[in-house]
Ligand binder design. Structure first.
Ligand code: SAH
Length: 218
């Protein structure tokens, strides 16, 4: 049996702290969430490597550093209401659950949504609510959000997500082409939206009304 606890500590040290992840709360969350629980048994061995991991149905969890970079960009203090688009395995949602008050997460593939819901309950992350649907339209019922994170690559910034952002709230989203995107942070200041670029990235496509309109190849 592998020593996942020490692998996890190593990951935090060499992949996150050694780069530019400096928020102590973010580092603490990554050392608490057991990443190997979010992948199938045959992929567990490599759960803490510096790469994305397959989670089935052609989807992936990003490399730990990318999850951390996006999380840090949300600047969470502990009481926020956060929306995630693209639940996937539930790993990012679990990290957010450690750092915010309430987490809402939307996944378009029912199989993945169901699995991650069961997993998060089993692991004791009680402050996450998941639904199946098109996350490009947001989740109006619980808006406005202090943070919104989109974990699939879009061709545009979905307008409904901007509308569901609280004043001062941050939206972190990869925007660009089918294969390469630019990670953007959009901060709402009243009626204004200030955009910053956080670097290049590569995500599976965000498919929906305000994203890619059809299935594109991953
Ligand atoms: N955050 C996930 C990884 C997400 S991979 C994790 O931690 O494991 C991207 C996910 O976005 C995929 O599961 C894909 O099905 C989903 N997705 C793509 N378009 C979507 C949309 N419009 N609404 C909700 N989920 C979407």
């Amino acid at each position: 049996m592998k020593d996942y606890v020490s692998e996890c500590q190593q990951m935090v040290k060499t992949q996150l702290e050694a780069r530019d992840i400096i928020d102590p709360r973010v580092l603490e969350a990554f050392s608490r969430v057991p990443r190997h629980e979010f992948v199938s048994i045959n992929l567990r061995e490599g759960a803490y490597v510096d790469y994305p991991l397959s989670i089935g149905e052609g989807q992936t969890i990003s490399q730990p550093y990318m999850v951390a970079l996006m999380t840090q960009a949300l600047q969470l203090k502990g009481t926020e209401r956060v929306l995630e688009v693209g639940t996937g395995s539930g790993y990012q949602a679990a990290i957010l659950a450690c750092l915010a008050g309430e987490v809402y997460s939307i996944e378009r593939l029912p199989g993945l949504a169901e699995e991650s819901e069961t997993r998060l309950v089993r692991l004791g992350f009680g402050n996450v609510r998941i639904k199946v649907g098109d996350g490009t339209k947001g989740w109006e019922e619980f808006s406005p959000y202090d943070g919104i994170i989109v974990t699939a690559g879009s061709n545009q910034v979905p307008e409904p997500l901007l509308q569901q952002l609280n004043d001062g709230g941050r939206l972190v989203i990869p925007v660009g082409g089918e294969f390469l995107q630019d990670l953007k942070r959009v901060t709402r200041k009243g009626d204004k939206f200030v955009q910053e670029s956080l670097g290049g990235c590569r995500f599976v496509p965000l498919i929906g009304e305000y994203g890619w309109r059809e299935e594109v190849k991953n």
